[in-house]
Ligand binder design. Structure first.
Ligand code: HEM
Ligand code: HEM
Length: 204
């Protein structure tokens, strides 16, 4: 956990590396758009499990496909960062022993790291099933393809994991932790000019 005070700030506030914030921010935005436009597609052509009154958007499938494509092109960068550099925030090898220490701070951190890791897995599930989808199915009323049902399940899984990810982050770091990942301020020692050097040294 990188929860050192900001330079020149005596109050303890969480700080996230600038490169993490950039990659995480872009990744999260595309996921949110994919979730929304995906739901819109379901609402327009399916609606078996409930429907909300949304206006009809021509080519909503094309719009969703564009976010889907952008996501699978971009997310490898974010995942690479998380696994190679930000791995301290993901599930650790000794997580089972830590999980035995119920209700201690390390137990909560372990749950939060599991939730972070689940975000990556859930988004890969959505991408994998999305790539199996065909644009023509839903407009022609073909609503029972296994790939589509799995893609719907992936949507629910991703939304569930996102709620968990946010709740766990609030639990371990409160609202200041949530704000720290969307903040635009950075320390001199974490300037974007040093990104290349840091990537070479694999440090945050
Ligand atoms: C209810 C939710 C969803 C529905 C009904 C839905 C529907 C669809 C449809 C119809 C396609 C085919 C479009 C095409 O190939 O151009 C597609 C593709 C795709 N979807 Fe979804 N989707 C949903 C949620 C999501 C979510 C949450 C993601 C998260 C990243 C996602 C990622 C993708 C990807 C990566 C593709 C493949 C795009 C491509 O390369 O062509 N979808 N989806
Ligand atoms: C939409 C709002 C989101 C907020 C407010 C948010 C918040 C956060 C916060 C505060 C952290 C840092 C945790 C720490 O320092 O311990 C974090 C890390 C992380 N988030 Fe999110 N998140 C969001 C969306 C997402 C999405 C959509 C994904 C993935 C699809 C995601 C995946 C991750 C991962 C994998 C990490 C760990 C990164 C690392 O290993 O360096 N988050 N998030």
């Amino acid at each position: 956990m990188t929860q050192r005070p900001l330079a020149g700030n005596s109050k303890k506030s969480p700080y996230q590396p600038s490169l993490l914030r950039l990659l995480h921010g872009i990744n999260a935005l595309i996921v949110l758009f994919a979730l929304i436009t995906g739901f819109w597609v379901y609402n327009t052509f399916d609606g078996r499990l409930g429907k909300v009154p949304l206006p009809r958007v021509n080519d909503i499938i094309g719009i969703h496909g564009t976010f889907g494509k952008t996501f699978w092109l971009f997310t490898p960068l974010f995942i690479l960062y998380s696994v190679a550099i930000g791995y301290r925030r993901l599930i650790q090898k000794d997580f089972l022993t830590k999980l035995a220490q119920v209700n201690t701070p390390i137990w909560w951190y372990t749950l939060q790291r599991i939730a972070n890791t689940m975000m990556i897995l859930a988004s890969l599930f959505a991408v994998g099933t999305g790539l199996l989808m065909q644009e023509s199915w839903l407009p022609s009323g073909e609503l029972n393809h296994t790939a589509y049902l799995l893609h719907l399940a992936a949507w629910a899984t991703l939304l569930g994991c996102l709620v968990l990810h946010l709740l766990m982050s609030v639990k371990v770091g409160g609202i200041p932790l949530l704000l720290s990942i969307v903040s635009f301020k950075y320390r001199a020692a974490d300037s974007p000019r040093l990104w290349l050097q840091k990537l070479r040294d694999r440090r945050e």
